[in-house]
Design a protein around this ligand. Structure first.
Ligand code: ASP
Length: 321
């Protein structure tokens, strides 16, 4: 098979420059388009600057466009690897959306940078070089969507941005990266037990807010959502999956309105479990019909719920979390 890579540039710090005043700004012309010739690749590389936006501007419309472009690249144009350059703020969400929605064993690799193109110690080109290496490695096939940053490879499903500025920002808190880039070698150490895909044509139910809980939180926000047009709610609960008792009326209002409620933990590491049997404790929440997610963070659980709400499911929604 002849290797043929497609790089889709979407914007973010990796495509930005620092101005004289120290502020980082969007570049008119993506600097990566010209830099690519300085990188090493035995494969043919095509590139397209499909957007040029900071990643806080990325939304569902961008995701659908990206998904459609990637599917065309894989299934009609026969690219053997896809690389996406992206701002780091929402990179993990784009990565997981693509994993859930595209059924392929072709490597799809996202990368970005914490320091812009002209900053001292800029990490953009080395991350892009690593992403190319990963996309060209046969062992990268059938591993879901991968995130490559700072010499590490992470699964889209569990990776998260953990630091505002440090180049070592991307981590998989519960079990670490799945692989490393050591000099010019790609080394894998683990793989997920399953990769889930839920292909779809259209998304109709897209109103899925994410709510973070806190000590003493009341039910007002949740009751508001129960009376709104929302399709599902993800709650970042406390610890192993518990809520303040003052939230429970809000949770009941959501469930009575047939709005699915998925619980994740606001804790950085670990999974939610129905351990505690007290008012607001996980055991009672689960009995009420709240769905517990195993290990997804809030922003990923939100994407999964959104995608699942638009599927014909043959099992109860809770079985998919
Ligand atoms: N704020 C930037 C963005 O997400 C940060 C980055 O690219 O790393 O676009």
């Amino acid at each position: 098979m002849i290797n043929k890579l497609l790089i889709l540039h979407t914007g973010g710090t990796i495509s930005m420059n620092e101005g004289d005043n120290g502020h980082v700004v969007l570049s008119q012309e993506n600097p990566l388009l010209a830099s690519i010739k300085t990188l090493h690749s035995p494969a043919k590389i095509d590139q397209e600057a499909i957007f040029n936006v900071p990643s806080p501007h990325i939304n569902l419309t961008h995701w659908i466009y990206l998904k459609t472009r990637i599917e065309k690249a894989i299934f009609q144009e026969h690219y053997t690897g896809i690389i996406i350059t992206h701002g780091t703020d929402t990179l993990e969400e784009t990565a997981y959306f693509l994993e859930l929605s595209i059924d392929t064993d072709i490597p799809i690799v996202l990368t970005g940078a914490m320091r812009s193109n002209n900053e001292l110690g800029s990490d953009g080109l080395i991350n892009l070089q690593s992403a190319i290496l990963v996309a060209l490695t046969p062992e990268s096939r059938d591993r879901g969507v991968l995130v490559v940053m700072n010499d590490e490879i992470h699964h889209a499903k569990f990776v998260t941005k953990t630091h505002t500025t440090n180049v070592a920002t991307f981590q998989t808190p519960t079990f670490g990266p799945c692989g490393l880039i050591a000099k010019h070698n790609v080394l894998y150490f683990q793989r997920l037990t399953c990769y889930e895909h839920f292909p779809f044509e259209h998304l109709e139910k897209t109103n899925v807010p994410l709510i973070k809980t806190y000590a003493g939180m009341d039910s007002e926000l949740l009751k508001y959502l129960a009376n709104s047009e929302c399709d599902g709610v993800v709650i970042e609960a406390l610890g192993a999956g518990n809520l303040p008792p003052t939230c429970l009326a809000g949770v009941s209002a959501l469930l009575n309105a047939q709005i699915p409620v998925v619980l994740v933990s606001r804790a950085f590491n670990g999974v939610t479990q129905d351990v505690y049997d007290y008012v607001g404790g996980g055991r009672r929440l689960k009995q009420e019909g709240v769905i517990f997610s195993t290990g997804l963070n809030g922003q990923k659980a939100r994407i999964k719920l959104l995608v699942l709400l638009n599927q014909q499911l043959n099992q109860p929604l809770s079985n998919y979390f």
